[in-house]
Every structure is written in structure tokens, then in C-alpha cells.
Ligand binder design. Structure first.
Ligand code: UDP
Length: 369
């Protein structure tokens, strides 16, 4: 029998990272074959190409080159482009990851053509319907045939929403697989951190690593202002390293805040994955609004302060590894960062056994063949 065909839709940085391990497993399978479609949502070389190169992924078979515009426009254009690819390729299943517009467009295009959808990182909920990610997650889960969940809480959300129990597969988190695979590869003294030590005196174990990119922060001048002010204050006592997402850089430049920030903290371009892992692993504390970075902080047992009102990764907050610091004022964010220094959390293992990838490939393989 010829192998069954999976079309994978990816478009954003965290999806390249998650897909890298699954794509490698699919390439090794003789019962499944994969065609990768890059929507173009993230297109800068350091937000896209670098991950394909570093994580050993083949270039995508299709590149739709769609980015920018409003959410509706972007999602709509992706829907059109993906529909064309699916009509040509006639896959047996479509695989989507996480919670971006590329995820939703891939799921919708597939289900309208009656192609079953596999959703990796299904069932996550922040219960904030004002966030584009929450809308994308809920709608994608609703149409998916395979709901591959990263933790027990995600499965509980899906069951509560009435999803068929036999569609829910608790496989664990593919990001944990990636972290196990790559985390061991980085030490404290060479590469990006070595350069930061030499050029800026940033010492392993003695800096705050920050990332900011969520619309709820970048599109709200008061919240973004509070984060910037807090980081500038923190940097007086603890070096702050901030690899800046292009969207955040654009907004800060527009608001005239970039210069003051650059004088206080070490501003970097977005980092390749291994450089990011190195900085995460050796940070004293991580301040972030990223979903993936919250988990990676835990994988490397670094305290995390989440610059949001809520998080979908609640188990890390409950266990004490992560604390929420809604960026409503600079003083409270600064306090959370200093309070979390040196803190640890309970011994938990919520993200599976590091074999999410092979479980996903096995399930698809047996259901499709
Ligand atoms: N990341 C990276 N370089 C950076 C910032 C983040 O490689 O400069 C990685 C990070 O380690 C994590 C993923 O990107 O694996 C998280 O992506 P992002 O924060 O863009 O999205 P989210 O997880 O919030 O969906």
C-alpha cells in the first residue's frame, strides 16, 4: 500500500519548532508521507528560515507568502491558498499546530474539503476570548478529528466541551520532546551567551531573559509602557536580555520607546532556537508573554514571570514554577521578577514522557492505514 499523505500547515516560529520533531518522525515512517505548507505568517529570515536550517527540516513544498493585514484578511487569504494546495494534493489528513491564524486557516480549509484534521496542542484554554489565540484554538479543536493534547487539563477542557472521547489522545507536549532533544546541546560559555558575557558582562545564572510579542501587550500602550518601565528598572540591578520580536520592535519604535529601552537592556534580534535555549537555560529568571517560553522555563527549571492576566499553562502557576504578573503597572512587574529570583516549584511532570512525537505518528499511522 502506498503511504498515506499528511499535509502539514505551519507559518509561525513556534510551529516550525514543534513540527521539526514530528516531520523527522514522519520522514522515517514508511506508512505516512508529509507535504509541508508554509503560509508565510512569519517571514523574516530570523523568524523562519533559521529554524528550518537549524532544526534540520526540509524546505516547505509550498510557500504561500501571506503575512500582514488584519486577522480576517490574513486568515481569509490563507484559507484560499491552502484550499488550492489541498485540492491539488488530495491528502488523507491535514496536521496543524497550536493557535495561530495559520492553524485556523489550515483546519477550516481541510474540513470544508472533508479532509480530517489533526490538531497538535489541542485543548489549551486561556478563557480569554479577546485573545486571537483563544479563538483559533477553540475553532480548530471543534473541527479536528485527532485532538493531540499536551497535558491532562487540555483533555478535561475538550471533554467538558463535548468532544468525542475517542478523538482525544493525551500524547504529551511535543515541545518537551524538542527540549529533551536540544536542551542538552547547549552549555553556558560559548555561542550567544559567551558573546553577551564578553561584550556586556552578562554572566550565566545572573540575568533576566525577556520576550514580549502578544497583541494584548503590544497593542496596548499602557501595558507595553508598564513592561518597558519595569524592565528598565530591573536592569539597574540585574542585566536584562531582550530578543525583540519584529512586531514589538515596530510598535516601540513608533511610540519612541526603543531608545530608552536600548540604553538600559541588551536588545537583540530574534534568536535562533539553540541560542534561545541557551539563554533560557542559564537565566536567573524569565519574563515573558509567550506560551512556549513559559514551558521552556519549566523544562530548564528557571523561575518564570508571565506578563499576562491569565495563562493556559495553569499547572505551572499552581506548582509554583510560574507566577502571573499582569502588566498593569511597572512596580508590580518589577516586584514579581525580584520575588521569583531563586524560587522553585513542586516536582511535577505534566507534559508526558518526551515521546509525544512518536505517539502522534503511531496514532495517525494506525488510524489512516
Ligand atoms: N524563540 C526563539 N527565538 C526567540 C524567541 C523565542 O527561538 O528569539 C522560541 C522559543 O524558545 C519557543 C518559541 O520560540 O520555543 C516560542 O514562540 P513564540 O514566543 O513566538 O510563540 P508562542 O509560544 O507564544 O506561541
Amino acid at each position: 500500500m502506498p503511504p498515506k499523505k499528511i499535509v502539514t500547515i505551519i507559518g509561525a516560529r513556534p510551529q516550525f519548532i514543534k513540527a521539526s520533531v514530528v516531520s523527522a518522525a514522519l520522514a522515517a515512517s514508511d506508512r505516512l508521507t508529509e507535504i509541508v505548507v508554509h503560509t508565510g505568517q512569519h517571514f523574516d529570515a530570523n523568524m523562519s528560515d533559521v529554524f528550518f536550517a537549524e532544526l534540520g527540516m526540509a524546505p516547505p513544498a509550498y510557500h504561500c507568502d501571506i503575512h500582514g493585514g488584519g486577522h480576517g484578511e490574513m486568515t481569509g487569504r490563507m484559507l484560499t491558498a491552502i484550499e488550492q494546495v489541498l485540492s491539488t494534493e488530495k491528502p488523507d489528513a491535514v496536521m496543524v499546530y497550536g493557535d495561530t491564524n495559520s492553524t485556523l486557516a489550515g483546519a477550516l480549509a481541510a474540513i470544508k474539503l472533508h479532509v480530517p484534521v489533526a490538531h497538535v496542542e489541542a485543548g489549551m484554554r486561556s478563557f480569554n476570548m479577546a485573545s486571537p489565540e483563544e479563538i483559533n484554538r477553540i475553532l480548530t479543536d471543534r473541527v479536528a478529528r485527532w485532538l493531540f493534547t499536551p497535558n491532562e487539563g487540555a483533555g478535561a477542557h475538550l471533554r467538558r466541551e463535548g468532544m468525542a472521547p475517542d478523538h482525544i489522545h493525551m500524547v504529551g507536549d511535543v515541545m518537551f520532546d524538542v527540549a529533551l532533544h536540544h536542551g542538552a546541546r547547549v552549555g553556558p560559555h560559548d555561542g550567544t551567551l559567551g558573546k553577551l558575557t564578553r561584550e556586556h558582562g552578562v554572566q550565566p545564572g545572573a540575568y533576566c531573559l525577556a520576550t514580549i510579542h502578544r497583541a494584548e501587550n503590544t497593542d496596548n500602550p499602557a501595558r507595553l509602557g508598564a513592561i518597558v518601565e519595569a524592565l528598565i528598572h530591573v536592569a539597574k540591578d540585574l542585566p536584562v536580555v531582550l530578543p525583540l520580536h519584529p512586531r514589538t520592535r515596530g510598535v516601540l519604535a513608533q511610540q519612541g520607546k526603543l531608545q530608552a529601552l536600548a540604553q538600559a537592556v541588551v536588545l537583540l534580534e530574534p534568536l535562533a532556537y539553540l541560542a534561545m535555549v541557551q539563554l533560557e537555560k542559564h537565566a536567573a529568571v524569565i519574563a515573558t508573554d509567550s506560551g512556549g517560553v513559559q514551558k521552556e522555563a519549566f523544562f530548564y527549571r528557571v523561575p518564570c514571570v508571565t506578563l499576562r492576566d491569565e495563562t493556559e499553562w495553569t499547572e505551572l502557576v499552581d506548582a509554583g514554577w510560574n507566577r502571573l504578573a499582569p502588566p498593569v503597572d511597572a512596580a508590580s512587574v518589577r516586584k514579581s521578577l525580584f520575588d521569583s529570583l531563586g524560587s522553585t516549584g513542586a516536582a511535577i511532570a505534566p507534559y508526558g514522557d518526551g515521546d509525544a512525537t512518536s505517539r502522534i505518528v503511531q496514532q495517525l499511522s494506525s488510524d489512516l492505514n
